[in-house]
Structure formats: structure tokens, C-alpha cells
Design a protein around this ligand. Structure first.
Ligand code: NAP
Length: 474
């Protein structure tokens, strides 16, 4: 055994890799350091992989090379072909891959039947349980986000009872797997005589059904929570897999993903003023159709041309830009920054209000505005700007819809009632830039569009803002 294969070298390298992960994560919290943070974490992972490969000669390098090549091709294709607006679907899919990878590791270790002690058996069962739920749940989330299946919550009759029953049965099979450590020998389970491997495969089937049943009832504006939660599950499954194959750095990396996913889930729940159990079992949007009539929408649509909007903007002293998913679709962030600079030159105070669930992934708007070099100190959170909203001359809502819906405050029957929103309707004038009167992701009507002080600037956001920019320049 050489020095680089010794336990001391391997464990020191794993500690170094873990430190790099933690610093990388810390750096991701600010747009200025985020790119470097990514590189720092990636170098930690490179160290972990190289040291693991050098230490153990148990893997077949032929298979490994093929796996790495396939991973490289998939990664390069995903990063070049997938559009920025489709990133959430990709993240959902990656979470699923993490889940299935952990499940396969657990299954292979159980079938190999090498050194199966109590800790390892518990770890294998957890890897299979969490990995299976993460895999099928992530596929459902992927289907909903990419609109392959309906984004609305799917609530079956007696769903909670079936779910609770399956959960109990799964835990029973988990216990059986821990008790019966032999893949081939049979033991009595209820009325059946099942071998360890059959128990394992039934457990896998149960976890896949559980993942579907847990994710199907979630939809509409609650999707950010489920993505963050599945991300956390994939980390927990990886951490359990670390115990299965006795790999310290996998335990640490999985725990970091699990913990950060949970923190993000909590942030998303707070952003929507919902408890986690309410998100998981509340069935967002299932009540929409019946309750929407409570907040009957009154008023008329008042379109405005870019030329007229310019005249109002030119006289404004304070402007608040509220970006949403439509800004990402039209890739308007660069012209938005240009408009902001022109307004500033005109003596106007300009700020950008970012809602935590605007867009389709956490931090979506921050990333786009940072890419366009919008100064970070001009970004404000809803709770900072809402109290002084009535002093703002113009709010420019760029492709945002759900995150500015006043029904969240005014209509108790609305599925988003209670969710903190950016209260743009309280500003003196509101320009709403979108292509039509269509609903947003949550699929609910928005009375903002019909308010007295609202003006609809119809068209692609980038084109509308480019026209405003040209007006300012001429
Ligand atoms: P939204 O409610 O989905 O509304 C986006 C609006 O953009 C649409 O009404 C659309 O109207 C408009 N739009 C689309 N393309 C456009 C273009 N080229 N130019 C101008 N407008 C365009 O978006 P949001 O206000 O940002 O709210 C986000 C929603 O997504 C929330 O419900 C949130 O819960 C959910 N979600 C968020 C995440 C996350 O992590 N951030 C993840 C999953 C889901 P037209 O079609 O009429 O143009």
C-alpha cells in the first residue's frame, strides 16, 4: 500500500474536500462570489473522487471510464442544450438521478451480502426508502414543471389514508430487511414467506409508489417547495449511501445537500406563508375553481403604448422594477439594466424588488440580474419595499404575475391567500409587461390587471423595454 492509499492520507483529503464544500456553499450566498464558490466546491469533489479511486482497487476501471464518459456527454449536452428557463426541470431530474443512484448502491450492497452488520442494514434500508421516494417523486415534479403532465394537484379519493397505509407498510418492510439480513433465506412476513431479496424488491416498489403519491398532490405555486424538499431527500439518500459503502466524504456531502435543501424548503415555505404539512397535504389549487368566485374580478383592462409609458416614466422620481418568469422567457435582463441606468441618469431613484419564488427556481431573478450587472445593492426584498409602496411613482412589472397578485391579501378564497406578495397595486402607477391576459404558473386570475392605477403594456417584455430605451435615447 502506498502513502496515498493509506487511511490517514485518504481521511485528511476527505476533510480537505469537506472544507472546500462548506466554503463553496458559503460563497454561493453572494452573486459576487458565487462563481468562485462553484469552482471551490467542484475542486473539493475532484479531490474526493481522485482519492477514492486511488485508494480502492475494487472498481472496474473499464466500467468507470464508460460511466464517466456517459456522464460527461450528458452533462455537456444538458448545460448547452437546456434553456435557462428549463433549469428547474433539469434540477428536478438531477435530484431524481441522485435518488436512483443511492437506491442502486444500497441494493447492490445488499445483494452482494458482504459485511452486513446492523448499521449497514439500517443504512441500506434508508438508502432504498429515501432514494426510491426521491426518484419517482422527482420524475413527477419533472413532468409537472415541463408540462408533460398537468401542473395541477392530483388528489385521489382517500389519498391521505392510502399514503399513511403505504408509509406504515414500507416501514414494516424496512424493519424486515434489517431483521432478515440474508438475501436468499426466507422469513415469515405476515402471511407470506419472503426472502431478503424479495423483501427488498417489494420495498423498492412501495417507495416508488410513495414518491408518486407524495408529489402528485402538490402543484401550482407550491412547486418551489417540493423541488427544494426533493433536493434535500436526494442529499439524505446520498448520506445514507455513504454509511452503506463506508465513505466519509459521501456522508458529509450528502448531509450538506440534505441540510441546505431543508433550509431552502423552510425559506420557500416562509416566502409563501405556508407550513410544510400544508404544502405537502394541502393540495394547492384544488380549491381554485370553487373559490375564485369569492373575489369576483371587477374593472377594465387599460392598455398603454410604450411611447405613452415613456412619458410617465420620464416624469417619475421613483421606479420599482418587479421581474418575474416572463423576464427570463424574453431574456430581457440586459435591456432592463439599460432602462434602469437611463432612469437613474434622468434623476429617478430605481430599485428592483425580488420575490423569493419569482421565476421558476430559487434565486432565478437574482442570477439573471447579476448576469446583466445590475448593482446588487439596488435589489430589495418584498418586506423592505412594501411598507413604502404608496410613495413609489411607477412599478414596472416585467413578466411577473403570481408574485404581485393582490388576491393574496384581499381574497380569502384564493389559493394564494396569505402568501406575502409585492404589493405593486399600492404604487401610484403600475405598468404590467406581458403578452396577453393569460394566467401565471399558479393558474389563477390576477385582479391587479384591472385595477384603476394599472396599465397593460402588451408584448414581449424585451421588445417593450427596448422601445422604452429607444424613447429615452431619442
Ligand atoms: P408567473 O406567475 O408564472 O407569471 C409569468 C408571466 O410572464 C405570465 O403571466 C406570462 O404572461 C408572462 N410572460 C411569459 N413570457 C413572456 C414574455 N416573453 N414577455 C412578457 N411576459 C411574458 O411568474 P412569477 O410572478 O415570477 O411567479 C412564479 C410562479 O412560479 C409562482 O407561482 C411560483 O410559486 C412558481 N414557481 C416558482 C419556482 C421558484 O423556485 N422560483 C419554482 C417552481 C414554480 P403572458 O403569457 O400573458 O405573456
Amino acid at each position: 500500500m502506498t502513502f496515498i492509499q493509506s487511511d490517514i492520507f485518504v481521511n485528511l483529503s476527505y476533510i480537505l474536500a469537506s472544507i472546500l464544500f462548506i466554503f463553496g456553499l458559503k460563497m454561493l450566498s453572494s452573486p459576487e462570489t458565487a462563481q468562485r464558490g462553484n469552482l471551490v466546491s467542484a475542486s473539493g469533489m475532484l479531490i474526493a473522487i481522485l482519492v477514492t479511486l486511488a485508494q480502492k482497487n475494487i472498481v472496474s476501471y473499464e466500467f468507470l471510464t464508460i460511466a464517466i464518459a456517459l456522464g460527461l456527454v450528458a452533462g455537456v449536452l444538458a448545460s448547452t442544450l437546456v434553456k435557462m428557463t428549463s433549469m428547474p426541470e433539469l434540477v428536478a431530474l438531477f435530484n431524481g438521478f441522485g435518488g436512483i443512484a443511492s437506491l442502486l448502491v444500497g441494493t447492490a450492497e445488499y445483494m452482494n451480502q458482504v459485511d452486513l452488520n446492523l448499521i449497514k442494514l439500517i443504512a441500506i434500508s434508508l438508502t432504498v426508502l429515501i432514494g426510491g421516494i426521491t426518484f419517482s417523486g422527482s420524475l413527477v415534479a419533472f413532468g409537472k414543471l415541463s408540462e408533460i403532465i398537468s401542473g395541477r394537484p392530483l388528489i385521489l379519493f382517500g389519498q391521505r389514508i392510502v399514503l399513511s397505509f403505504l408509509l406504515v407498510v414500507s416501514l414494516f418492510f424496512v424493519m424486515q430487511l434489517v431483521i432478515n439480513s440474508s438475501a436468499s433465506e426466507e422469513s415469515i412476513i405476515g402471511f407470506f414467506n419472503l426472502s431478503g431479496s424479495t423483501t427488498l424488491f417489494i420495498l423498492i416498489g412501495l417507495t416508488l409508489v410513495l414518491g408518486i403519491l407524495l408529489t402528485a398532490p402538490i402543484g401550482g405555486a407550491d412547486m418551489p417547495v417540493v423541488i427544494a424538499l426533493l433536493n434535500s431527500y436526494s442529499g439524505l439518500a446520498a448520506s445514507a449511501a455513504g454509511f452503506v459503502i463506508n465513505n466519509n466524504v459521501l456522508i458529509v456531502a450528502g448531509a450538506l445537500v440534505g441540510a441546505s435543501g431543508l433550509i431552502l424548503t423552510n425559506i420557500m415555505c416562509k416566502a409563501m406563508n405556508r407550513s410544510l404539512s400544508n404544502v405537502l397535504f394541502g393540495g394547492f389549487g384544488a380549491i381554485t375553481a370553487s373559490n375564485q368566485k369569492d373575489g369576483e374580478i371587477k374593472g377594465e383592462v387599460k392598455p398603454i403604448s410604450a411611447e405613452d409609458a415613456y412619458l410617465i416614466l420620464e416624469a417619475a422620481n421613483s421606479v420599482l422594477v418587479v421581474p418575474g418568469y416572463g423576464m427570463a422567457v424574453s431574456q430581457a435582463q440586459h435591456v432592463v439594466r439599460e432602462l434602469g441606468e437611463l432612469l437613474e441618469e434622468n434623476g429617478c431613484e430605481i430599485r428592483y424588488a425580488i420575490h423569493p419564488v419569482a421565476g421558476r427556481m430559487p434565486g432565478h431573478m437574482n442570477v439573471l440580474l447579476a448576469e446583466a450587472n445590475v448593482p446588487y445593492d439596488l435589489l430589495v426584498e418584498p418586506e423592505d419595499v412594501n411598507p413604502s409602496m404608496d410613495t413609489i411613482d411607477v412599478c414596472i412589472v416585467i413578466g411577473a404575475n403570481d408574485v404581485v397578485n393582490p388576491d393574496a391579501r384581499e381574497n380569502e378564497g384564493s389559493p394564494i391567500y396569505g402568501m406575502p406578495v409585492i404589493e405593486v397595486d399600492r404604487a401610484k402607477t403600475v405598468f404590467i409587461l406581458k403578452r396577453s391576459m393569460a394566467v401565471g404558473f399558479a393558474g389563477i386570475e390576477n385582479p391587479l390587471f384591472l385595477k384603476e392605477n394599472s396599465r397593460m403594456l402588451f408584448g414581449d417584455a424585451k421588445e417593450s423595454i427596448s422601445t422604452l430605451v429607444s424613447e429615452f435615447k431619442s
